[in-house]
Design a protein around this ligand. Sequence first.
Ligand SMILES: Nc1ncnc2c1ncn2[C@@H]1O[C@H](COP(=O)(O)OP(=O)(O)O)[C@@H](O)[C@H]1O
Ligand SMILES: [Mg+2]
Ligand SMILES: [Zn+2]
Length: 503
Amino acid sequence: MSLAVIYSRAQIGIDSPEVRVEVHLSGGLPRVAIVGLPETAVRESRDRVRSALLNAGFSFPVSRITISLAPADLPKDGGRFDLAIALGILAASGQIPAGCVAGMEFVAELSLAGELRAVNGVLPTALAADNSGRKLLISVANSSEAALLESSNIYCAENLPEVVAGLTGQKQLPSPAAITKPQAESIQALPDLNEVYGQTHAIRGLTVAAAGKHNLLFIGPPGSGKTLLATRMPGILPQLTKSESLESMAITSITGKPLNIQEFGRPPFQSPHHTSSAVALVGGGSQAQPGEISLAHNGILFLDELPEFSRHVLEVLREPMESGQIMISRAARQATYPARFQFLAAMNPCPCGYSGDPGGQCNCSGEQIARYLQRISGPLLDRIDMQIEVPRLPLKEITNPGKAQTQSADVRTMVEAARQKQQQRQGFANAQLNNQQLKQYCQLHEADTQFLLQACEQLRLSARAFTRVLRLARTIADLEAETDIRSHHLAEAIGYRRLFAQA
Ligand SMILES: Nc1ncnc2c1ncn2[C@@H]1O[C@H](COP(=O)(O)OP(=O)(O)O)[C@@H](O)[C@H]1O
Ligand SMILES: [Mg+2]
Ligand SMILES: [Zn+2]
């Protein structure tokens, strides 16, 4: 009898490798075998495909049907191969012309009635299919996500008969963009800095952090506005490029969470609660799903009340903070997800929160405070370029604010200009400058080198802190559009490193 080959795509981590679905009909006792070590879900798909074909008015061949999904060693779960299997059976049994599936890929689950259902991770799949040069057919239910790609090589359909009509030229199938209605509700305004009174030092710190993608920790008593300030970060960040945004949204797509198309181009801002588990934070579970750090890729990971996170959770953050990615190993599979995020955190200075606060009464002992601070390990602190004290505002400054407040839009303009300088000079943000590049891009005048060495000596800053100060100073100079780093840039940078001077 006959053989048909249909292409589909699996989903592993952020990758979406090609899967070849071969369907072979032969004589012998009628039975269906699926080879290629598929998991339970693929075996279930055999039953769905049978019902879908029958209910959509096609016949299910009464012969021996062998279905192979290759390569065999890929984990293949979910119903994403249903449509490819169904079309393979139709082609192999001559119900559709074999040539009509050439140059195409199919990724959709089937309902028992023959409707095309959405799959998780359609965005990375669409990206991979688009790069392969084949056309991709998906469910209408996935169209708003796939529309982000603005590709003319993607089509969508409601159900199996519509797919067949499209493939045989009886009907023109729409592209995802053509059927995605622009969402009516307007973009939700981001929280603005103009709601913050005073705290000019902290706002300046936030600006520098945004400009160079530096990691930042706010320290101050309860109610001083740390959370208020941190949640204003998204409003001062530049938009992502199209490819950056697709990359970030592809990760959300894998988790199956609905994408908010309106947020396209906006850097993600993830703020997991301090009760979050290590798996929730870095990813894992039986499906090796991405965690918060990957959802924050190209954006911000904000950990409020930092010492309240379990020590283990904070430990597992260290490696991805260094490498910008996370590899998750589970018994059955392995997945690597990108996780290049900017780290933002807030904490109280002691268990009661009022250590160092002029008005507060802190009763914490020195030992209690030391133990509290030790919850954040040295290696983690080491990766935080900026530590900023946020003192409690005098009440009269809140009730009677004198000066005009800072507008987020103005700050964003400054940040964008400084980022552009970095892009032109080295192609990435200053926070990612390595030691070699620091030498190249952060040369100091002789007098300034002396000044910095002296300051480091006085403050007992380590050699590591020295390079951090240089990176920060580079960003501060970029904010002023200065080519050379000068002593006042250095002085400001040193000010952001004083709290844990030894780190
Ligand atoms: N500088 C400020 N300007 C305006 N409101 C403030 C300021 N600081 C604190 N507040 C008010 O106090 C509340 C608590 O601030 P929050 O950011 O939650 O403090 P923290 O996180 O430091 O404990 C905020 O919701 C805000 O209404
Ligand atoms: Mg808070
Ligand atoms: Zn205290």
